[in-house]
Design a protein around this ligand. Structure first.
Ligand code: CO8
Length: 257
């Protein structure tokens, strides 16, 4: 792989994916996105992995889709390339996915971070949807996910002005889970990942699916969906182990079965 680095044993049960086009501030070209989609699919099928962290480098998580690659394209070129099928596949990742963001998370970079389940940010992180400044608009979920995350007023402002917000602002609007000093952002994401990796992987997948359902349906259907997944956890050995461990006053040993 040319534009990402993958370590499927970064920590016990935790994989790390690094976006790796540092000179271009990790601009998301088509090849990078395909590599990322393939890596996530492989990690999703790898039983040794329970949580995935996606990161860039200190200066940039990703400064957006690759403008140079898109500059000469027509609408029909964009339609035919159908890059969003790659994004749709990334969205289907079943395991918890944490974005560890430092520096720029702009345009497609901000959208990619929001496609993850949680965002841990360094204090130097900057989020924004600056597409309007180059004559287009968000296309990989920015108008939808940002609005759901931070509400209409601020989302409209960011999308229409292209202004960036700081990590602290992103935190206050509910876009990110935590903000930490820059030298600690990957460590903080790893701590969060380690906590989740100790839980039942079956329950984690079903819980992730259920939380995401809240964005896609109305309350009654969401509650119904949650209930089915709750019942399904009782088909797992992890449920027996978790409840027995509680009764026996010991730490559970979840196997993901
Ligand atoms: N695409 C391609 N190259 C980029 C991008 C980008 N998005 N961002 C930065 N680069 C390149 C620069 O061209 C430069 O390359 P070179 O050295 O060859 O000139 C290098 O990265 C370093 O960038 P700068 O010199 O500009 O660095 P600065 O620190 O001065 O500025 C900024 C950093 C503010 C981040 C600036 O680079 C910038 O404004 N970048 C563009 C941000 C942007 O507009 N992003 C949105 C892109 S459009 C988009 O994401 C649409 C998504 C919708 C669908 C997704 C489909 C995949």
């Amino acid at each position: 792989m040319e534009f990402i680095k993958v370590n499927n044993q970064y920590r016990k049960h935790i994989a790390l994916i690094n976006l790796n086009r540092p000179k271009e501030l990790n601009a998301l070209n088509l090849q990078l996105m395909t590599e990322l989609k393939n890596a996530l699919q492989t990690l999703d099928e790898d039983d040794s992995v329970r949580v995935i962290i996606l990161t860039g480098n200190e200066k940039a998580f990703a400064a957006g889709a690759d403008i140079k690659q898109m500059a000469g394209k027509t609408a029909i070129d964009m339609l035919n390339v159908d890059q969003f099928s790659t994004w749709d596949q990334i969205k289907k990742t079943k395991k918890p996915l944490i974005a560890a963001v430092s520096g720029f998370a702009l345009g497609g970079g901000c959208e990619l971070a929001m496609t993850c389940d949680m965002i841990v940010a360094s204090e130097t992180a900057k989020f924004g949807q600056p597409e309007i400044k180059i004559g287009v608009m968000p296309g990989a979920g920015g108008t939808q996910r940002l609005t759901r995350a931070i509400g209409k007023a601020k989302a409209m402002e960011l999308v229409l002005t292209g202004n960036f917000i700081s990590a602290e602002e992103a935190m206050s609007y509910g876009l990110v889970n935590k903000v930490v000093p820059t030298e600690m952002y990957l460590e903080a994401a790893s701590d969060l990942a380690e906590q989740i990796a100790q839980m039942s992987p079956v329950a984690a997948k079903l819980a992730k699916e259920s939380v995401n359902r809240a964005f896609e349906t109305h309350l009654d259907e969401g509650l119904h969906f949650e209930r089915k997944n709750f019942y399904l956890t009782f088909a797992s050995e992890d449920q027996t182990e978790g409840m027995n461990a509680f009764v026996e006053k010991r730490k559970p040993d979840f196997k993901g079965k």
